[in-house]
Design a protein. Sequence first.
Length: 335
Amino acid sequence: MNKKSSHNTTALVGEPLPNIPWEDKPEGCKGIIWRHSTNPIVDINPFPNARGVYNSCVVPWEDHFIGVFRADWHCMTPYLHMGSSPDGIEWTFDEEPIRFISPDPALEEINFAYDPRICKIDDRYYITWCYNFNGPTIGAAWTTDFKSFHQLENPFLPYNRNGVLIPRKIGDKYLMLSRPMGMGMAVNYGDIFCSESRDLTYWGRHRVVFTRGPKKWERVKIGPGPTPIETSEGWLLLYHGVADTCAGFIYSVGVALLDLEDPSRVLYRCRFPIMTPEASYETGGSVDNVVFPTSVLADGATGRIAIYYGATDTYTALAYAYVDEILEYVKSNHT
Ligand code: BMA
């Protein structure tokens, strides 16, 4: 099959991104996702304070790329740092963490912050992340210039992780996917919910989207990954699914298609992960066997996507796919 002609039309809805980082699918690759040839793109110790930079988020900016990155300092505390790149592959980082302008001193004390997501809605970029507020919960802020960051109220009570906005309002409502969780280290809850807000301050109408799966790869917990990708057939959601083994957890990447007008409604959910830890930087690191997707760049002209993911809580890595091939795969392997 001719790769180029099969993607002349794409279900992907979005602007062209001609400078998207990209490598063609290698000959003989059987999967629907393939890894960047020089992964990891951010190695250990990328700047003096940072031991590992991973689980981070990237957006196109003018003629280059910028991002909000999770950097674990050598003391193991994670902070959010700005990064910039000419090509989405070679990154340089601000050495000082992002400072948020807070509407309320009660929200100000950010003694750790991790796993950011970025979502553009109208002319604002919203950043959501996980931080401590008497237990882990979702922090939120907006910016228009990536210089001033205006913090919003926390959408949810602790304990919650992985706050991921839907990238446009539906009716007069913002929607956020999230993963409420058990207290402390107890893994007794870990399913994906969808919540609504008219003003990004008060959130409600919480609805379960889907729960942990019956198959081992996602039976412990699941959580939304990158900002969902709009397609003509629904929101394509990449998510992480966690398996338990006698040697610890294994984090893989799953995929589901959500209804465009009601993202709490699942149209298709793939019974297989589309990526599991296989490369050495995914199987061995600070936390072995973790691939954790948090960001996607998409080219509306070709249906190409570049997926940024954290590997072993140590590295940032990049993988590629065609949206249309993922759509086909999720539909033909529906649970
Ligand atoms: C999750 C989060 C992620 C991390 C993953 C694997 O619970 O804390 O930040 O990548 O565990 O350790």
